[in-house]
Design a protein. Structure first.
Length: 392
């Protein structure tokens, strides 16, 4: 193979273990005989356009060990879309730097980027191997059982729900209702994770709203009111794109921003629902929106997530060396016995632009709550057991 250097870039929203996958790639490159060096593109495809590439071989062991524990994207991320008329330009840049291996750590949109470059390389009979490493806290990547980044963000959401639940319970009639809005785009995997630590009916959350299932506002209000009557407090966790029968909650029709991939952004539903609950129950309602804290709180790292993120990076190198291209590493769960996970492989065309939603059987539409099937699925992903709290 004429071009033996590798290039890695990070794309999309950051995760607590995004740099752990980069660490896995770097370690596997160091151990290989086929790849002669590792470079990084600053801010993903934007760095490629501008020629902002860095030599990662010069970093020492202690730098890499710290990087593995660092949130965010050490190389810088991007949400820039690769335009069709610039793909050949990317191929030329890669060849000019003797790059024969390209690794993209990203999600659905990054799969589209990788697929475009791989297709252009194939049609031009150029041996550049493109392998994507999965990444997203949204857990909405198709084919893979779950995505690196989700377990740690899910751990944060579950712990945060435990905390705000006990706070609302403590405050009584001073502020007994709390609504927390979490990320997830068009899927409810992260909101659903709030129930992993729900050991008793009294525990928060009492309502979970996911984008896959439109909610009836009156039913939402009734469930929270019932929880308040029973327990003296109530907590709802809502996904950022929670919808009603007529669209996004809050009566919004026009998004305040739409990115290059066509993803629409609306003001979240928590404030709107908080006002509705406050009027209905005539009580003070708090609404929380942790935002990017969900994907950057390193004290909530899942041990499972960290291990699997690094292994996904290592696997990408192994696949590329074997000759694979236009593929993504996947995580495969052992369906029998205790939880174990191995890596697999899937074509990028099966992942690009596809969103994996919460399947039937994981969510009960009658009471807006996840089922035991979801709890069984998600619990191993958050790592070490979550704490249990006392009551008088």
């Amino acid at each position: 193979m004429a071009n033996t250097k590798a290039l890695v870039m990070q794309s999309g929203g950051s995760t607590p273990v995004l740099n752990r996958s980069l660490f896995g790639i770097a370690k596997a490159v160091e151990e290989s005989n086929e790849i002669s060096g590792l470079m990084g593109s600053l801010h993903g495809i934007e760095g490629l356009y501008a020629g902002n590439l860095v030599n990662l071989d010069i970093q020492n062991r202690s730098w890499w060990q710290r990087t593995a524990r660092t949130p965010g994207a050490i190389l810088g991320s991007t949400r820039k879309r690769l335009q069709d008329d610039r793909v050949s330009e990317i191929i030329k840049i890669l060849l000019d730097h003797s790059i024969g291996y390209l690794f993209i750590i990203g999600g659905n949109d990054s799969a589209e980027t990788g697929h475009k470059i791989a297709a252009e390389a194939l049609s031009s009979n150029i041996d550049i191997r493109i392998v994507n490493v999965p990444k997203t806290i949204d857990n909405d990547l198709a084919v893979t059982d779950h995505s690196p980044g989700y377990g740690s963000a899910a751990r944060f959401v579950s712990l945060a729900t435990m905390g705000i639940g006990r706070d609302a319970e403590t405050m009584g009639n001073a502020s007994p209702i709390t609504i927390m809005e979490v990320m997830g785009r068009n899927s409810g995997w992260l909101a659903a994770a709030s129930a992993i630590s729900k050991y008793e009916n009294m525990d928060a959350p009492h309502v979970i709203c996911v984008p896959e299932i439109p909610i009836e506002e009156t039913r939402f209000l009734d469930i929270l009111a019932d929880a308040y009557d029973r327990y003296g407090f109530a907590v709802a966790v809502v996904a950022e794109n929670t919808r009603g029968p007529n669209g996004v909650i809050g009566g919004q029709e026009i998004p305040y921003y739409t990115d290059e991939f066509g993803h629409a952004y609306f003001d979240g539903p928590a404030r709107y629902l908080g006002i509705a609950v406050s009027k209905h129950l005539k009580l003070r309602v708090r609404y929380e929106k942790p935002g990017t804290i969900q994907r950057s709180m390193v004290t909530c790292l899942s041990s499972t997530d960290s291990i699997e993120a690094e292994e996904a990076g290592r696997s990408a190198i192994q696949l590329a060396i074997k000759g694979y291209s236009d593929v993504m590493v996947t995580l495969l769960r052992n369906a029998d016995g205790p939880y174990t996970c191995t890596t697999g492989i899937s074509p990028l065309k099966d992942i690009a632009g596809v969103e994996k939603k919460i399947p039937e059987g994981y969510y009960d539409t009658s009471d807006y709550m996840v089922t035991s099937k979801f709890i069984d699925y998600a619990t191993p992903l958050v790592g070490k057991p979550l704490p249990r709290f006392n009551r008088l």
